[in-house]
Design a protein around this ligand. Structure first.
Ligand code: PLP
Length: 420
């Protein structure tokens, strides 16, 4: 599939118009799974909220386009369709890691023999630190209670995770898309298996939200959390989203604060805590209004584009890149790590190569071909030819600001770097 194929695909691409709405560097940008770029719509909503601050000061809590008092719930509700959440199941608050602490502190209730937490062996470092800390805070030893499940191969074997769910399991906490490999787990199946055994299950959806559709409510996941600065383009410092399934609305948050108080009585500042019903009750202190503001514009664009169209294009782009790896890059030692099956893939593709550091540097800095990089790549290729897990290169193709021709260009640039 050559460049003409890419051009034809771009001609028929209904999402191509969104690229012009982003502030992008001159070179191709592959970090939608790390930090999405700023769009003009985000800039506008941020400007509007700063104007409200300028003009209304503290009165901004209850006036302006969306009063700040309701802002975390109102912007979170814009994500209902992306998450498959019902009214009041989402709120925007805290950071991803902080929220994992808050959620685990309430949902992890070890009792008797039921003490272990199952996670995956590829778990993101910060999630692991939080789980270990929470186990310690409950008086247990993380070395005994945290089970890194899923087998020894880089791709997670979900059957092994299900096998591990036994009477000693208090909680399962998994990613939707695995950050390292790009593997999309079957949330529906894992949730159903946990429910069959009466086990609580939650997900870190940071690498799927905004690029993969979800039905969290219908699937019955107990809770979830995700970053808003990756595919959702909310900007660094944008607070994260918390999902609490309606069936868990009666569970008291363990880490309480006055912004989680019943909304009708919050400003009475009473000496006892009464949580707002739903995810809203999981807030703590004053919401980070200025940091949420860019997300409002970013979500407006994603909702207009439609998550199904975004997923369709994302899969077509990653499919195309995989075919280019097979046709053009495999002869230079590039291997695919991400699953080939579309339903097992998120928005990024992970490839393996012995010169992974040099390739990542090349892609990150705009694919500028230098003698130094070519020599370094040659030396690596002549040395150790094994491609281990350390030799990963993660490439994210954003459906909103990348074209099929960008995918072709990526493979072309890599060929130029790798060919003798
Ligand atoms: C899967 C996953 N979980 C958690 C985090 C940490 O997020 P934060 O720094 O917002 O706490 C990240 C950050 O990249 C991530 O990729």
């Amino acid at each position: 599939m050559n460049r003409d194929y890419a051009k034809q695909m771009d001609k028929n691409d209904t999402l191509s118009k969104y690229k012009a709405e982003f502030y992008l560097p001159e070179h191709l940008y592959y970090e939608a799974n790390g930090l999405g770029p700023m769009s003009r719509r985000s800039e506008e909503t941020l400007k509007r909220v700063t104007e409200e601050w300028k003009n209304y000061l503290v009165a901004g809590w209850f006036c302006g386009k969306i009063p700040w008092f309701y802002y975390p719930e109102r912007i979170a509700a814009m994500e209902n369709g992306l998450a498959g959440a019902r009214e009041k199941e989402l709120v925007i608050a805290g950071g991803t890691t902080t929220n994992i602490h808050c959620l685990i502190s309430a949902f992890y209730r070890p009792e008797g023999e039921k003490t272990k937490i199952i996670c995956d062996h590829q778990i993101f470092c910060s999630d692991r630190y939080a789980l270990e800390a929470q186990i310690r805070l409950k008086g247990y030893d993380p070395k005994k209670e945290l089970v890194l499940s899923g087998g020894s191969a880089p791709l997670i074997n979900e059957d092994l995770i299900i096998k591990e769910m036994d009477e000693k399991t208090a909680l399962v906490f998994l990613p939707s898309v695995v950050h390292s490999t790009g593997q999309l787990l079957d949330i529906e199946r894992l949730t159903a298996e946990a429910a069959k055994r009466g086990i609580t299950i939650g997900f870190d959806l940071s690498h799927s939200m905004g690029v993969v559709p979800h039905r969290l409510h219908d699937w019955g996941a107990d809770f979830g959390v995700w970053c808003n600065y990756k595919y959702l383009n909310g900007g660094l410092g944008c607070p994260a989203t918390i999902f609490i399934h309606e069936k868990n609305f009666n569970l008291s948050p363990a880490m309480t604060g006055w912004h989680g108080y019943r909304k009708d009585k919050q400003f009475q500042k009473l000496p006892y805590f009464e949580a707002e019903a739903g995810a809203g009750g999981w807030q703590h202190g004053s919401p980070l209004i200025l940091n949420i503001a860019p997300l409002e514009g970013a979500l407006d664009m994603i909702l207009e584009a439609g998550i199904d169209a975004v997923r369709k294009k994302s899969l077509a782009m990653t499919d195309y890149f995989i075919s280019l790896v097979d046709e053009r890059l495999s002869i230079y030692g590039v291997k695919l790590l991400t699953p080939r099956e579309a339903h097992k893939r998120g928005g990024h593709v992970t490839i393996l190569h012995t010169a992974s550091d040099e390739i990542s540097e090349f892609l990150d800095s705009g694919s500028v071909l230098t003698d130094r990089l070519k020599v370094a790549v040659r030396m690596k290729m002549q040395g150790n030819t094994k491609t281990s897990m350390e030799n990963q290169i993660r490439i994210s193709f954003s459906p909103l600001f990348m074209s099929y021709e960008d995918v072709w260009q990526t493979a072309e640039n890599l060929c130029q770097l790798l060919m003798p």
